[in-house]
Design a protein around this ligand. Structure first.
Ligand code: DGJ
Length: 762
């Protein structure tokens, strides 16, 4: 709900309030963002310390306002040049290079639903969403700043974006336009960011904030595996279930930047949007520029609540199409099973084994097209290689459909190899600077999607592939980042517009393709998780999380990913042991227990599995199908563990909660029993807790196999009251280990795990 009362604006959701105030100078002050406050709360003005610092040489606004120090004022959208030297939200050059702006309240409107902008944006329904468009205008020139705020009542989410409208009579150049700026009246926050590189994406970094600017950003031309645009500000005493949290993300897939400035008066400012690095956008008189949208949520009860807010918002308002609410199929992907070394018969053999185990979708990965025999050639030529697939994609697709499997294929449309027909015909379509040798990555180059002819070509060549091949699913890969920034299309915005124009070209292609093929389930991918963001999720219902499927590394990767993105969007596969990325040996049951928290599949040669592992896989698929709605769409929570060696996750839907218990390293004879405490359950309920039956391979127990004497895990089924589970926790029993004398019932070992089904039965 949005309400204006005198000089105050209140944007409210179910549990939060965002408050702004128009000062007598016309400046819009950011007053507060936090727990819900009433519109008429008495003494509201006293919760903020204002801007009144009593020091000698601070620049003040004017002689009528001698105590108005812009550098200590909590602003709604800061500009340059009037005394606020903290990180600005907007930076513009007008009238021969001037940058000083002094925008004040001009007008506003409040309406149901929201405007749908040009770049991908969240959808809205009028019952749940209201929007405030707050227009500021510079005191001197006709430059207008439109600030949009949409309140998503049920999800406790506020969406922000900015539109700059130029009516100055001449060109202006935008050097920076933030989607969101948020001022806090103190700096006692810590930052959680989601960082890494290939094969170790989105691991959580927690850091204290000190005076100065901390920057989280991407300059790779995509949202990047180095730093996700998701950031959390958390109170130092906060955790999964307690403490204040403000979390933001961008609906954007290109270069982004999140700047956190702890200013001279210990206030904190967060500014997020398109990265000003490599950005410069010329607006002619009468033109406007709209930023990507930023999503922000607040929780007074820890990180789990904030991530749950994001999850429900994304499921409902970001993900689209027929697959939005459908259960995602269990897939087999041939990449780690065969790499480039496959024939149609080899694929059919893998498919037959998969079908027999209960798998639902067969995905043919890289290598089916053009001259592609390895990663040096073929990208750009989206025509089936009939030497490999004599019946073409349609032949293979038909055979798989006849078998009762869905059919999926891999493409990497944004790229080209020099060794390809496309490059021979259109060398100028690749991103490179005339007269310079472009940098290479995986022997490939980026196509210039800022050009309409390139986008048109890709639309028609991909359309023929998707039409011909009975295609049910597409994995859309992107395996390199940008270099040699240049577009031969010579747009008026010059190279400063290159990165963003590339994104607009990509989005227009995705828009056309997804409209043309509404039945296809799309999975984005970028050398694993190099483009895991809300922009891609507006078109593609799921994203490949990481090429690293090692169960232990996936604990960190998935835990970070789930802080911002729902389980249904997170591709997770069981692959071979030893793992191809880590060489780690692990049991297939434990690999499943970690992978089943997302859009799930297998990516290994099923012909190489022993009988015990095949039996395990059959059981896993039965389990996943039974609990798929809980695992894909339940409320995900990180569960606090009293022991750093143990990780617990939970996902709840209705009366069912699935819990993961994951042990890092086995420690003999600790004398402590592991304990599961689920503080979010219904205290007055009664629960049955059962462990999933797991196959135990004799080989994994070695000499202790005889002493254990079983090939399946010990049954574990207890009935316990909700209050005991919430407040005390359930002892999970001693672990089996040690000279064959220990009678412990649980077999975990290093990187071992169990799944529990917790059912409310009364
Ligand atoms: C990178 C992806 O992340 C992998 O899953 C696989 O599709 C390869 N590309 C194929 O080249």
């Amino acid at each position: 709900m949005i309400h204006k009362s005198g000089d105050w604006f209140f944007i409210s959701t179910k549990n939060t309030s965002y408050v702004m105030r128009i000062l007598d100078t016309g400046h819009v002050m950011h007053f507060s963002y936090g727990a819900c406050i009433g519109h008429d709360a008495e003494g509201l003005e006293y919760i903020h310390d204002g801007f009144d610092v009593n020091v000698g040489c601070c620049t003040y606004y004017d002689e009528e306002h001698p105590r108005m120090f812009m550098n200590n004022l909590s602003m709604e959208y800061a500009t340059v040049g009037k005394g606020d030297t903290r990180e600005p939200a907007v930076d513009v050059r007008y009238s021969e290079g001037l940058s000083t702006l002094d925008p004040v309240y001009y007008e506003h409107r409040i309406f149901k639903g929201k405007d749908l902008g040009a770049v991908p944006c969240a959808s809205a329904d009028e019952d749940n969403v209201e929007t405030l468009e707050l227009v500021l205008k510079d005191k001197v020139v006709d430059l207008f700043i439109h600030l949009f705020y949409s309140s998503y009542e049920d999800e406790d989410v506020i969406l922000r974006s900015t539109r700059i409208v130029n009516r100055t009579g001449s060109d202006v150049v935008l050097e920076n336009v933030a989607s969101l700026m948020l001022d806090f009246s103190d700096c006692n926050w810590e930052l959680l960011s989601f960082d890494g590189a290939w094969a170790r994406e989105r691991n959580i970094t927690r850091r204290k904030l000190h005076p100065g600017i901390t920057v989280i950003d991407s300059k790779l031309g995509c949202s990047s595996n180095e730093h996700n645009s998701l950031v959390y500000l958390v109170r130092s005493d906060s955790g999964p279930d307690y403490g204040e949290v403000v979390a933001t993300n961008l609906i954007y897939s290109g270069n982004h930047s999140e700047r956190i400035d702890v200013g001279p008066f210990s206030k904190l400012r967060l500014v997020t949007g398109i990265n000003p690095f490599g950005f410069s956008w010329t607006l002619a008189d009468g033109e406007s520029f709209t930023s990507p949208e930023a999503v922000v949520t607040y929780s007074s009860s820890g990180w789990n609540r904030a991530s749950a807010n994001f999850h429900s918002f994304i499921r409902k308002y970001i993900v689209r199409g027929k697959w939005r609410d459908r259960e995602r199929p269990i897939l087999i992907n041939n990449w780690e099973a065969t790499y480039f070394d496959f024939t149609e018969e080899k694929l059919m053999d893998l498919a037959a084994r998969a079908k027999d185990l209960g798998i639902e979708l067969f995905v043919l990965d890289d290598g089916w097209f053009g001259r592609r025999a390895d990663d040096r050639s073929g990208l750009g030529d989206w025509v089936c290689n009939r030497k490999r697939l004599p019946g073409g994609l349609e032949g293979l697709g038909r055979r798989l459909h006849d078998m009762g499997l869905m059919f999926g294929i891999w493409v990497e449309p944004e790229m080209v190899n020099e060794d390809s027909e496309l490059f021979e015909k259109h060398p100028d379509w690749r991103v490179s600077i005339p007269g310079r040798k472009p940098a290479v990555c995986r022997h490939q180059y980026v196509l210039d999607l800022s050009r309409k002819d390139v986008v048109d070509h890709l639309f028609s060549s991909l359309s023929s592939v998707f039409e011909s091949g009975c295609v049910d699913y597409v994995k859309w890969d992107m395996n390199r980042t940008m270099s040699d920034y240049y577009s031969a299309s010579g747009r008026s915005s010059g190279m400063g517009g290159f990165f963003h124009r590339y994104m607009l070209g990509l989005y227009s292609l995705l828009q056309r393709i997804t409209e043309r093929f509404p039945d296809i389930l799309f999975e984005a991918c970028a050398a694993g998780g190099n483009r895991f963001d809300l922009g891609m999720l507006c078109f593609m219902q799921q994203i490949w999380t990481s090429d690293n499927t090692d169960l232990h590394h996936r604990i960190g990767i998935q835990e970070g990913t789930l802080m911002g993105y729902p389980q249904s969007s997170m591709g997770a596969h069981v692959s071979a042991s030893p793992g191809h990325q880590s060489l780690r040996k692990s049991s297939i049951e434990s690999r499943f227990n970690v992978a089943c928290w997302g859009a799930f599949g297998y990516e290994l040669d099923l012909a190489k599995l022993c009988a015990e592992d095949l039996e395990a896989v059959r059981g896993q698929i039965r389990f996943y199908k039974k609990y798929r709605p809980v695992l894909q769409s339940g409320i995900f929570r990180k569960v606090v563990s009293s022991d750093d060696n143990l990780v617990f996750w939970a996902s709840t839907l209705g009366k069912t909660t699935i819990v993961l218990e994951y042990q890092i390293l086995n420690r003999p004879n600790t004398g402590v029993q592991d304990r599961l405490r689920l503080p979010f359950l219904n205290r007055s309920g009664v629960y049955r807790v059962e462990a999933r039956r797991q196959i135990i391979r004799a080989e994994d127990l070695g000499d202790l196999s005889k002493a254990y004497g079983k090939t399946v895990s010990e049954e574990f089924s207890v009935t316990i009251s909700g209050s005991l589970l919430c407040d005390y926790g359930l002892c999970l029993g001693p672990q089996f280990a040690g000279n064959g004398f220990c009678d412990g019932t649980r077999v975990l070992g290093d990187f071992g795990s169990r799944l529990y089904v917790v059912e409310e039965i009364g």
